[in-house]
Design a protein around this ligand. Sequence first.
Ligand code: C2E
Ligand code: CA
Ligand code: CA
Length: 543
Amino acid sequence: MDGKIIQANSNMCKTFGYSSAELHQLMFEQLVHPNERHLSSSKLAAIAAGTSTSYQAERILQCKDQTLLWCDISVFVQHDQHQKPDYIFIQCMDITKRKQAEKKLNRLAFHDPLTSLANRTLLLKFLDQAIHRYQRNHDHKFAVLFLDLDGFKLVNDSLGHLEGDNLLVAIAQRLQQETRGSDTLARFGGDEFCILLNDISGQDQAIELAKRINKALNLPFIIANEVINTTTSIGIVIASDKLAKAQDYLRDADSAMYHAKHQGRGRYAIFDASMHMQAKHQLRLRNELSRAFEQQQFVPFYQPIICIDTGQICGFESLVRWQHPERGLLSPLQFLSIVEEIHRIAEIDYYMLDLAIAQVVRWRKQFGLDELTISCNCSSEMLSSYKVIERINNLLTEYQLPAHCLNLELTESVLINDPETTLSILEQLQQLGVNIHLDDFGTGYSSLSYLHRFPIHNIKIDRSFVSRILDSNKDHAIVESIVLLANRLGITITAEGVESHQQYLILKQIGVTKTQGYYHGKPVDAQATFLLLEQASATMELD
Ligand code: C2E
Ligand code: CA
Ligand code: CA
């Protein structure tokens, strides 16, 4: 009854590594791990005082060699024949294996197996705690940072999943170096990470961390002997009374992250309410888009392209519009990025190509314009599959358009994405006889090496150069040298976004081949374009 061991069976001796003589020298408490001894003593004291006669508990016990064992112990007071407490009977069951399995399950339940970081469940749990702490006392500010790697899919696809995993582990390590022990760093699967920043003084601290992370991840990684450059977009939400649930914080951090991503790679953004509206709006558009496809709500607009030698219309560029049943006519800038995200942009490209070719063939006949061309925009989704060659060939045959009257406009980003396949596809398109036009030249990577490497027939100089050409000597010089280089390579030049007569005259003087812009005409629907052609042919007859 005083806690001294008076008898122990051989299993007890064997398990704890004592002889029975040694055990008989010990108090039971001495078998209990020091951290848990106070638990045992208070229970045993209650038994000695007669206020309790039994209990059951899980305790960590200690062997002679200091090994720890998790035990399930059952304790009963045994009475003598006069019903007086006689001695205490303690039964110990070694449950270490079960405890270890539980711990492992716990790790699995709350941690990401690849990086060993916390997972979404654990982060949500800690975030809930942080929210409650903040609600009780606003001094306990916190922030949530939502991270999404830029272009991880490309790395993963080109390196393979194993190396992609290695990159994620390396990124997790760098993130760990930037965060404090009191923060929670979690991986949400894929290339998404989340950080809960506890007890901050204000928003500056969150921004500072975001900057540090952007900088740390900007340094190249070496994976499988390849140098890999990644960046990450970060969305930040600061503790606020307006948000009540962990899910609200994650939603807003996610919106802010998207906002950062749209601004370019390796940026951060702090959430504000307009982003939420924007995110809602995007979601609605996304749902409405599927109906737009079903009901063919996309329509082609046409913008004239002028040949500088003759001053006459030599072709049109087709530009998609979404005739939205409630919102009216939407410009591609309002919806194409979403169409791209849902991987249906090639569908639009083909749809537009079909309508535009059919249309230009009609105009060629109606106005006797044998050299009238049509320029169509091509996404990288369209140009990443060999199917494009056969489909374009079929359209040319079906509508009887000479191949050299079809121009395919593509941007540099198309060339970067899988250059080998793209090169081989473009070469086959060139063999069909269609022309390849490099769009938005000067805005992207502007690597002049593309001009040698890919079969490019025409460069469209972006309107940002044209808009500055009157005021900036530098832009004037750039356009001039692009024209010189292109001339030498046998590439023609179209200047986009010509809005004034002065711009037109300078471009003519520099020697561009064609111009396009509001000065000549805004993009309009097929009917208005017909009228424009009618007008043009009337003045030509007068000439
Ligand atoms: P883009 O191919 O560079 O098309 C030229 C854009 O500049 C058009 O905008 C046109 O309306 C605008 N623009 C033309 N002249 C002027 C001017 O003088 N001043 C100004 N400020 N702007 C001018 P839009 O129609 O909104 O098209 C935007 C972009 O959407 C296009 O840029 C193109 O990248 C994309 N796009 C349009 N249609 C399609 C399509 O069918 N397929 C694909 N993949 N992309 C398309
Ligand atoms: Ca274009
Ligand atoms: Ca363009």
